[in-house]
Design a protein around this ligand. Structure first.
Ligand code: DGY
Length: 321
């Protein structure tokens, strides 16, 4: 008998077909709406495999309901939406989608850095609203990128890919990470700094650390105070790493110059979020990995993980076990 798989979002047909060849598939058919919680809980009961996105909170309640579950294939590199400890206790394999999104996410991170520094979106709105009356000396002036100091917090795959982009702009790169990466330091001639020095010295601080409770509000009032008043904070990792209340005050009081945010503490971000009212915030709707090719690769990798584990084989990219 084929194993039961539940897919929490409508996937491209080719990927569904591939899974259907070896599994009995049920799927939430809405493309742009996450599966309601009660449906997820109900569907999880019969599922041997779950294909989910970062919009699904796979917590103890879901895991307790999912008595037959063997694999959770998360279509994201981050997996803070899943209670890994509980899944591991229950013998459930969890997989993610590393590597395939590295370059695309590094592209977006650098694009957001550039857009924030050079006020690209603000300038576009300025023109379209008919405000461009003359070429003006200091109007819409931003911060230089070429030759600036870039501090990266978290030196994993995406951090490394970001260095390659920064080197093309002759940036002076330093990083902070839980453990030193001597191979990366040597390969790219970059410097390891403690957190405090990195915040004090950088023109751009890019957050690329995976979310875990230990890094909740890793950047708060104290850290923002250390940054230069001309500095820019870029976050393409997870919203919870930055204390948004503290960031709002730092930006409003011009303690730092700007922020580029692809992620928020609550997603989708509410239009009431006071960060959105600031002209020095460039905000994006969590699109780090959003290129057509990359999203398909992520979906394919998640599907392959699911199929392999349900066939009794090893997961390709497990995060536990
Ligand atoms: C991830 O994969 O964790 C990104 O945040 C979404 O693509």
């Amino acid at each position: 008998m084929k194993p039961n798989v539940y897919i929490t979002r409508k996937l491209p047909e080719s990927i569904v077909k591939k899974i259907e060849e070896v599994c009995h598939v049920r799927m939430w058919e809405e493309k742009d709406q996450p599966v309601p919680r009660e449906v997820l809980l109900r569907e999880a009961e019969q599922a041997d495999g779950l294909f989910c996105l970062l919009t699904e909170e796979i917590d103890q309640e879901v895991l307790n309901a999912a008595k037959k579950l063997k694999i959770i294939a998360n279509m994201a590199v981050g997996y803070n939406n899943i209670d890994i400890e509980e899944a591991t206790k229950k013998g459930i394999i969890v997989t993610n989608t590393p590597d395939v999104l590295t370059e695309t996410t590094a592209d977006l991170t650098f694009a957001l850095l550039m857009a924030t520094a050079r006020r690209i979106l603000e300038s576009n709105t300025y023109l379209k609203e008919g405000k461009w009356k003359t070429w003006s000396l200091m109007q819409l002036t931003g911060q230089d990128i070429y030759g600036a100091k870039l501090g990266i917090i978290g030196m994993g795959r995406i951090g490394k890919a970001l260095i390659e982009r920064a080197k093309g702009f002759n940036m002076d790169v330093s990083y902070y990470n839980r453990s030193r990466k001597l191979d990366v330091e040597k390969e790219f001639d970059i410097t390891f700094l403690d957190k405090e020095s990195l915040l004090k010295e950088s023109d751009f601080v890019c957050i690329l650390v995976p979310y875990s409770p230990e890094v909740h509000h890793f950047i708060g009032e104290k850290e923002l105070r250390l940054m230069k008043d001309s500095a820019i904070l870029i976050n393409t990792a997870r919203g919870g790493i930055v204390d948004e209340e503290a960031l709002f005050h730092a930006l409003k009081n011009k303690e730092i110059w700007g922020a580029g945010l692809d992620v928020f503490e609550e997603e989708p971000v509410s239009l009431e979020n006071q960060l959105l009212s600031l002209p020095n915030v460039t905000a994006l709707p969590h699109i780090g990995s959003a290129s057509k090719a990359t999203r398909l690769e992520m979906a394919n990798l998640a599907a392959d993980n699911l199929i392999q584990v349900l066939a009794g084989e090893k997961a390709i990219t497990p995060v536990n076990g």
